[in-house]
Design a protein around this ligand. Sequence first.
Ligand code: PGA
Length: 266
Amino acid sequence: MTLTKKILIVANWKMNLNVSQASLLVHKLDKKIPIHKDLEVVLAPPMLQLQPLSLQIDHRKFKLASQDAYYKDEGAYTGQVSFTMLSHLVQYGIVGHSERRNIFNESLTETAQKVAAAYRNGITPILCVGETKIERLSGETNQVLHDQVVSALSNITSEEVRSLVIAYEPVWAIGNGEPAKPKDVANAIKTIKLNVLELYGKKAAEEVRILYGGSVTPDTVSGYIRLPEVDGLLVGGASLNYLSFSDIVANAYRVGRGLTTKQDKA
Ligand code: PGA
């Protein structure tokens, strides 16, 4: 089967790497990753690294994303950075990552305000949604996904929804080497698409791009990218190593073109 979809691979470096380490990683990635027409690679470094990296990256290969930003455009908000300030630097903005929701108590309303702020400033949000282990065990996955999706999209138009990226990131699969099974990912994405369909219609549900994130490694790429529901991956830990991240990109590219990967043959 030849897949023709355009793939999106996002590297979330979280709170890792100083300016020179980040620059070195990009230098190494640049040597390993060619320009791909049907695949977009997006780097989400810490805020401080966005400006220098925007001058360093080959923009034909890499795009930049913020990991978070504040929903007000400007004002007396000590310590915050707004999407307005990022608008010339990044094309994408991660919004509502589970670490923001759970460690920094970001509410559903705040996430919705950030999605709207990103659009207002010409930045495409990558909205993260996903259930915790307890929610999963108590059978609440669909309800949690519904609440997170419906609330986050409440301030935007159906036109905007069509360009949105949603990352399904089950919290129990993040950062622990226990990725979700492709079958479970497919089911969760069906629920997400159904929620988008009910709110914004068929076109929006078809066009919204959906990523999987949670302990992705080069070995697990093909199981997800083969799913018709999955448009790409959000990679945390494995994106800090240039070899594993460039292998993830290479494998996604191969699978997206209907080819096998080294791992498939092993
Ligand atoms: P992980 O992180 O790949 O280290 O599990 C994914 C994420 O939190 O976006």
